[in-house]
Ligand binder design. Structure first.
Ligand code: 1GP
Length: 254
C-alpha cells in the first residue's frame, strides 16, 4: 500500500479497503520488547501487512508503550494505531488511535470515562482519532474481564448485530468484534456474516486467529480487516514469526 501521511490513517484504511481485505498486526508492549517489536514491524511491512496496532489490557502504558511505538516507527513505514485498554494507553509517537468504546461493558468507565480522560492528550499530541465500536464476544479473555464486559454469547449473533448497528448510528466509523487475545476459538463465522450484513461501516475481527485457514474463513464470512497478535508474538523465534505472518497474510489476501 501507499505511504501514509500524518492525519490520514483513516483514509489510508478506506483506500486500502477499496482494493481488498486488510491485515493488522497487534503488538502488546507487555509481551514484546522494543527490539522484537521493531523487527516484527519491519517483517510485517515486507510481507504486506497494512498497519501495526499497539496496546493491551495490562501494562501497555508509559515508557514501556512509548519505547515499543518508537521502535516500530524507526523500523517501518507502516502506520501505528494505538489500541488502548484505557486512557493510559496513549503514546505521543503513534500516528492514530482507535478511539473506541466498549459498548457491551457494564462499567461506564470503559464506555465513555477513559475516553474523556484521554481526549485532551490525544488532541495535544495530534494523534488521529478513529472512532470505533468495540464489542466483546465470548470468551472475551483478559480484555473481557478487565473491561467488565457482558460478553456476547457465541450463539447469539443478532445481539452482536444490534450493538454493531447501534455503534454505527452513534457515529462510530468502524466496528470491532473481539473474541479476546489468545481465545481458543475466533468469533463464529455466522456472527461475522450477520453483523456484516447489517452494518455499512468496515468490520474488524480479532482474537484467537492462529492459522491462515482460519483467517481465510474469517474474511469469507465478511470481515474487512483481520487482526492477529498472539500467533505472531508467541511464534517462538523471529524466523517462525515470519513464516506465521506470511501464512496469515496469504489467508487474508488470497
Ligand atoms: C486481541 O484481537 C486481538 O485484541 C488479537 O488477538 O492475540 O488472539 O491474535 P490474538
Amino acid at each position: 500500500m501507499m505511504e501514509v501521511r500524518k492525519g490520514k490513517v483513516e483514509s489510508y484504511i478506506q483506500e486500502g479497503l477499496e482494493n481488498g481485505k486488510l491485515h493488522f498486526v497487534l503488538l502488546d508492549p507487555d509481551d514484546v520488547d522494543p527490539e522484537t517489536a521493531g523487527k516484527i514491524a519491519e517483517m510485517s511491512e515486507e510481507i504486506g501487512v497494512d498497519a501495526i496496532m499497539v496496546g493491551g489490557s495490562t501494562g501497555a502504558e508509559g515508557e514501556v508503550l512509548d519505547n515499543v511505538v518508537r521502535a516500530i516507527k524507526e523500523n517501518s513505514d507502516l502506520p501505528v494505531i494505538l489500541f488502548p485498554g484505557s486512557h493510559g494507553g496513549i503514546s505521543r509517537y503513534a500516528d492514530a488511535i482507535f478511539f473506541m468504546s466498549l459498548l457491551n461493558s457494564r462499567n461506564p468507565f470503559f464506555i465513555t470515562g477513559a475516553q474523556a480522560l484521554g481526549a485532551f492528550q490525544v488532541k495535544r499530541y495530534g494523534i488521529e482519532p478513529i472512532p470505533m465500536a468495540y464489542l466483546i464476544i465470548e470468551p472475551g479473555e483478559t480484555v473481557g474481564w478487565v473491561g467488565d464486559a457482558k460478553p456476547i454469547p457465541r450463539h447469539k449473533p443478532k445481539i452482536a448485530a444490534a450493538y454493531a448497528l447501534a455503534g454505527q448510528y452513534l457515529g462510530m466509523r468502524l466496528v470491532y468484534l473481539e473474541a479476546g487475545s489468545g481465545a481458543e476459538k475466533p468469533v463464529p463465522r455466522e456472527m461475522i456474516g450477520i453483523v456484516k450484513r447489517v452494518i455499512d461501516v468496515p468490520l474488524i475481527v480479532g482474537g484467537g486467529i492462529r492459522t491462515g485457514e482460519q483467517a481465510r474463513e474469517i474474511v469469507k464470512a465478511g470481515a474487512d480487516i483481520v487482526v492477529t497478535g498472539t500467533a505472531v508474538e508467541k511464534a517462538g523465534s523471529l524466523e517462525r514469526a515470519r513464516t506465521k505472518l506470511e501464512e496469515l497474510n496469504r489467508g487474508i489476501k488470497s
